[in-house]
Design a protein. Structure first.
Ligand SMILES: N[C@@H](CCC(=O)N[C@@H](CS)C(=O)NCC(=O)O)C(=O)O
Length: 257
């Protein structure tokens, strides 16, 4: 399902679903939301996040991050769970959540640990902020300073970021291996869920897809590819194998950023 980028002035009065996304960066949150809409075949219109647009600021209620989904005149939805549930509501089939309650709870737990506050992507961002602030490979200093303030960087907590990233990567790899041994190539049960999409898009923060599939600025790519020894060791190949399979079988390539 391809989508079109529109200027914000045209997107606001547009009927149906519109989504503000961060431009030119394979944001795990944005790419996951795009993937969910693609798999469900939901039509939508994209707007690139602009920090200097007054109409955009008013539309989002002052929130400047992405993704933020707007359905008709309903309230903006910016959290990963809200966006998933909106998509499930608009197009229940194919469902990206297990029907069985315990499996559904597991899916939400894993999803939170990938995309939620304090989860893998969140902590990886702070790890790259911390590296950038110390002039090590990571976000360039001005970006690191901006993200530090916005996403709760703490110098005291900084040594724990790497440990947490490593633990979460280990947990996900272990889960994929258990599933493989049980005959499944997906995180929960025997079918695709949103967790698979979140894990696949999260890998961009550790090793983005090649340039032909994911065109991005060299400095952004270098930041996302910055790996200290501990993180590199925690990146089990099964995580990238799962990502590559997900893109080949379920998601759209090249990325439209
Ligand atoms: N609101 C999202 C998280 C969104 C998020 O962290 N977005 C980042 C992804 S790159 C962003 O917008 N960064 C650019 C910025 O904050 O200016 C959620 O809770 O699911």
């Amino acid at each position: 399902m391809t989508f079109q980028y529109l200027p914000v002035e045209q997107a606001i009065p547009h009927p149906g679903l519109r989504m503000v996304v961060v431009g030119n960066v394979p944001s795990p949150w944005g790419e996951a939301a795009k993937g969910i809409l693609h798999i469900k075949g939901i039509d939508w219109v994209a707007v690139r996040l602009a920090y200097d647009s007054e109409p955009l600021k008013q539309w989002t209620g002052g929130q400047l991050n992405g993704p933020i989904a707007f359905y008709e005149q309903e309230r903006p939805r910016s959290g990963w769970a809200e966006i998933l549930l909106l998509a499930e509501h608009l197009k229940p089939t194919p469902s990206l959540l297990p029907a069985e309650p315990a499996e559904r709870a597991l899916a939400f737990g894993l999803a939170h640990e990938i995309l939620g506050e304090g989860g893998l992507c969140w902590t990886r961002r702070l790890q790259l902020v911390n590296a950038g602030l110390q002039d090590k490979p990571g976000f360039p200093a001005p970006v690191a300073k901006y993200l530090a303030k916005k996403y709760g960087y703490s110098q005291e907590a900084a040594t724990a970021y790497g440990t947490r990233v490593q633990a979460l990567l280990g947990m996900l790899a272990k889960r994929l291996k258990q599933q493989r041994d049980a005959g499944s190539s997906y995180y929960v049960g025997n079918a695709l869920t949103a967790v698979d999409i979140y894990s696949a898009t999260a890998m961009a923060l550790f090793g983005p897809l090649p340039h032909e599939q994911c065109a991005m600025k060299a400095d952004t790519r270098a930041a996302f590819e910055a790996l200290d020894a501990q993180t590199k060791a925690a990146l089990d190949p099964i995580l990238f194998e799962h990502r590559d399979r997900l893109y080949a079988q379920h998601l759209e390539l090249p990325l439209s950023l």
